[in-house]
Design a protein around this ligand. Sequence first.
Ligand code: 5GP
Ligand code: ZN
Length: 114
Amino acid sequence: MTDCVFCKIIAGEIPGTLVFQDGQVTAFRDLNPAAPTHILIVPNQHIASINSLADQDEALVGHLFTAARQIAAQEGIAEGGYRLIINTNAHAGQTVFHLHLHLLGGTPLKYPMG
Ligand code: 5GP
Ligand code: ZN
């Protein structure tokens, strides 16, 4: 998608601090981090949100979580703990309409949510 900021980061058209990339997903540091480690994990294919997933995307969604596990270990936050968040549409505060998994950690995180 030509006007999508995450598609541009995936394509290398605008700068992003990549921490992981393979044929299906890309992960990069959030521009405005909410925790010491704040990484966004996104499908390389433009999918606007969870609402836009197709049944055949199940393996891709699983791969996002596999990437999250590997990145958490790589970042040294697996043992201490971390939070994965996916915002969908206005009530959740989604601002970028390219599906992304927030990986947050590196400090005790505030709770409860919502
Ligand atoms: P959302 O609120 O949609 O779940 O999260 C969007 C996230 O994308 C926010 O945490 C925001 O800081 C991040 N973000 C927005 N634009 C950019 C950008 O151009 N580069 C990076 N690395 N992160 C961005
Ligand atoms: Zn996109």
